[in-house]
Design a protein around this ligand. Sequence first.
Ligand code: RUQ
Ligand code: CUA
Length: 763
Amino acid sequence: MKSALKASAAFGALLMATTVAGGAYAAESLQDVMKRRGLNEKDMLAAAKTYTPTGGRDEFLAFSSGGQSGQVIVYGIPSMRILKYIGVFTPEPWQGYGFDDESKAVLAQGNVDGKQITWGDTHHPAASETNGESDGKFVFINDKNNPRIAVIDLHDFETKQIVVNPIMQSEHGGAFVTPNTEYVIEASQYPAPLGGEYVPLEQFNDKYRGAVTYWKFDKSKGRIDPSQSFSVELPPYTQDLSDAGKLVSDGWSFTNSLCSERYVGGIEKGRPPYEAGCSANDHDYLHVVNWKKAEEVYKAGKVTKIKDHPVITLKTAIEEGLLVLVPEPKSPHGVDVSPDGKYIIVGGKLDSNAHVYSFEKIQAAVAAKKFAGKDSYGVPIIDVKDAIHKQVPLGLGPLHTQYDSKPCVAYTSLYVDSQVAKYDYCEGKVLDKISVHYNIGHLMTMEGDTTKPKGKYLVAMNKLAIDRFNPVGPLHPQNHQLIDISGDKMELLYDMPLPLGEPHYVMAIAADKVKPAIRYKFGTNSRTDQQSAFAVRPGGEKVVKNGNKVEVYGTAIRSHFTPEIVEVEEGDEVTFHITNMERAQDEVHGFAVSGMDVNLSLEPGKTASASFKADKAGVYPFYCTEFCSALHLEMEGYLMVKPKGAQQMAGKVEEGVKYVKADFDKQYKSCIDTQAVIDQVVAYITSTNFKDFPSVVALVEDATDQLNFAKDARAKADEAAKKEDWQQATLWAGQWWQYQVKAADIGLRAKTYLEQNGAKPAK
Ligand code: RUQ
Ligand code: CUA
């Protein structure tokens, strides 16, 4: 018992020492701290609005694009604490993403024409919706550079699928979902010949095109179904952001554009640059697409196949009346549909107004075929005055718009002015402005692009941080500023540096809608959500050799892998399939092999595989890369790569320590004493209403697991002792004790929890 409790006694002593030492200083009062840190009352109020005490939870989960990192960043609001980076288009070793066979297969779906792409330029995350509201199930995100869309499942926050746009060369208007996640919208950016073949720039007007793709999402499978997806061809106007209509405008989608001049640059030939040629006209075009009609046209087969992908040509789109254009302010950027679906707000970077369009007016003009003319491709154009509801003068550089829970209230980012403008878009009245630091791009309110925005907070995503943080070299972090929008005046609460690429859009979901799992079903391939063919139960571990292929079917549990020593031959193709047998919350193991570019992240229940070629003879330690337990450093083994034709490992290992009966007896006694401690803890727990505490129930399950393993180890120790094999008997008794310590550790955690959370005697 002494040895079992040695460690906790030491912790106790340490704690005492700290308390005593702390006593030497007088405790500071709130006033003292304010004075010392130069904080005023406004700061204190802001702090109180964001500070989240230990164990506290956030009200909203924000999903941020990771910009050039090709990832998604998850953080909590209002605490602004980063919770996760989700590997999406870019390998991420901690999660094993791009380092295990399962996730390599997901990344490989994103190969472009067979070429492996190991990054992405993520811009716009979108939450899956049911009836126009966030449902907390899936997140979609685009890659602007290599036109792709990825699907993340919020069951485990892992990337499940990447689809490559078959006809675009770049994109920007993704990912935006329709109100029941029927489709994920992706619009192109820089025009190119659809399908990607070579056409000289001299034929830009004739042969270069834009497009908008409607990716069919299968909610029950949680995957995009490319075989049910289609595109609409668009003129080469450099399409930009998109949004889906909702409620009254459901069935329609909106995509703006920024170079309707169709300018072709060429500084090297003495031509003015793109920036001059693309900003010459006073307006660009908002593309209004009737996607429900487009879906019918696609289903009727009125499509052209480009690279096997069905495309509704411009000609067909015009004939079917499913595409119209509306002039919009110079060099627009964001297009955002209001929660009731009645208005569409566009910000023109080079115009100081927010343009509020009326869907009702647009629809009336379409129905009456009241057009001001056609563009050079024959697409009908609605006159601005037949579509506009209000122009609201906001300031310089309006970009993106988000909505409040209060009716008619919107927020638009002003890039040039470095401000957020709050206004009434029904009446066209500015209500408030707040300065941000600096040069805001997107902004976001809680569920602010759904039919039911939640108000409360706004996050300003600023492109430049300049002087806001401690300098860390010429590349600065990005600055996300949290703003309280619950009152009439906007109040700045918090600056959060984001140091992982330039996040563009972020969206937030009420945290209580997101219900991720704690563990996987035993032996799950998390990337397919199916049972892995390579999962084995404890006792079923094996090594299968087939020619020069060696497959290891192993398991991991605190604190060992089975098997521990694996012998292969130089040149063998080796695969480790490892299943984490843990059921306990947060008991993750890693698996890394020296020099093989392998790291697995094995969450409880997961099976993951690592394949590599053992091309050089040598000794390669492998180990667990997560500090999972007191004996984590001992969670190790060896991959022995023998030179070709070398003998099997011969003879017995020379023992480092030889054990005798006295060693066995001593170890045995420790085990019996430890069992007494465990019995006490168990007696306490079962005397309470522990079943009313789900996290304690989980701990009890885990402890029971450990005690069952302990029983097996004890049986082995007893058997060896009967044969008077004191070496084996002592070591197995030691293993028995290891399982007991784990069980005791978990039991004590449960006991503390019960004591601190007001457990009552069991009825
Ligand atoms: S972007 S700052 Cu959405 Cu790619 Cu506007
Ligand atoms: Cu398992 Cu460390």
